[in-house]
Design a protein around this ligand. Structure first.
Ligand SMILES: Nc1ncnc2c1ncn2[C@@H]1O[C@H](COP(=O)(O)OP(=O)(O)O)[C@@H](O)[C@H]1O
Ligand SMILES: Cc1ncc(COP(=O)(O)O)c(C=O)c1O
Ligand SMILES: [Mg+2]
Length: 282
């Protein structure tokens, strides 16, 4: 399986492609990474060095891949942190080129905009671009609760609100939605939920909430969900596997007291998670 992964890259630590590429490779996927930015570290540190690339660079790399005659072998495109709306347009054009070469290819958009603690952490224009162009073009989207609320203008207090927001998003295009870090009135204080919906139904998985605050878990879980969905064609199965792997990864990260997720030293969690969480139909 070949996946084109277009997102941010950091030299130190694990967010964007530096969080997503290795877990996919560990699952046996041949990943074609294209970086939207090259930063020293993730922006959660408050300061970083490096550059945001531009749409032209993405187009050029896509031209080169097309020249190799391999786009028809691309099974899916994964996008994440975009850097600028100009890069967003180049990503959507890459998706079109892949779909033209392989009509069965699917596009998974992780609409990286922000989160509950930090608010919006992307450049102006990106939230609108995600809502108006990227999400409608996607087959699968993987927002966290904050992003789902922002994309749909629906405040989520209950599981019923979450269902409404997911359906509102599905009405705009993507038929599969996975919601991360879902905390509703029904979620116990010591737990964290995730939810996934496809044409077959809706599922929720609940794990203990760990005393860690890290970046990059969302990028890893979107990549894992995408791979398992492509293989199994089931949001329920993909949700169970992705959430179990990320729980194991974060548990090991917490035990080590690390500031960055242990993508490399806890890599077995991607293949054989130490604990299995089973989604329930909702
Ligand atoms: N403190 C935590 N305890 C347990 N699981 C967590 C914790 N933080 C994140 N996760 C897991 O990682 C997933 C993705 O993290 P999240 O923070 O939602 O992504 P993002 O970085 O995109 O906001 C969550 O759905 C949850 O399963
Ligand atoms: C460069 C970069 N990419 C991606 C992300 C997204 O990380 P997360 O998976 O925590 O949403 C961040 C968050 O700080 C970032 O700074
Ligand atoms: Mg995210």
């Amino acid at each position: 399986m070949n996946i084109l992964s277009i997102q941010s890259h950091v030299a130190f630590g694990h967010v964007g492609n530096a969080s997503a590429v290795f877990p996919m490779q560990r699952l046996g996927v041949d990943v074609w990474p294209i970086h939207t930015v090259q930063f020293s570290n993730h922006t959660g540190y408050g300061s970083w060095k490096g550059r945001v690339f531009d749409g032209g660079m993405i187009d050029e790399v896509m031209d080169g891949i097309a020249e190799r005659g391999v786009l028809s072998a691309c099974d899916g495109v994964l996008s994440g942190y975009m850097g600028s709306a100009d890069i967003g347009h180049a990503i959507l054009s890459a998706v079109e080129r892949v779909r033209a070469a392989n009509p069965r290819a699917i596009y998974c958009c992780d609409p990286v905009i922000g989160d509950v603690g930090r608010g919006v952490f992307v450049r102006p224009g990106i939230p609108e671009f995600m809502r108006e162009q990227a999400v409608p073009a996607a087959d699968i989207v993987t927002p966290n609760q904050f992003e789902l609320e922002l994309l749909t203008d629906i405040e989520i207090r209950t599981l019923a609100d979450a269902h409404r927001a997911v359906e509102a998003l599905r009405d705009t295009g993507p038929k599969v939605v996975m919601v991360t870090s879902l905390v509703t009135e029904e979620t116990p204080d010591d737990s964290i939920d995730m939810m996934a919906v496809d044409a077959k139904g809706a599922w929720r998985v609940r794990t203990p909430k760990l005393d860690v605050s890290v970046n990059g878990a969302g990028d890893a879980i979107a990549a894992l969900f995408f791979v398992h969905y492509l293989r199994e064609q089931s949001a329920a199965v993909a949700l169970g596997r992705a959430s179990s792997s990320v729980y194991g990864l974060l548990k090991r990260t917490k035990e080590a007291g690390a500031r960055e997720i242990l993508t490399v030293s806890a890599q077995d969690e991607f293949v054989t998670p130490s604990e299995d969480f089973t989604p329930e139909a909702i």
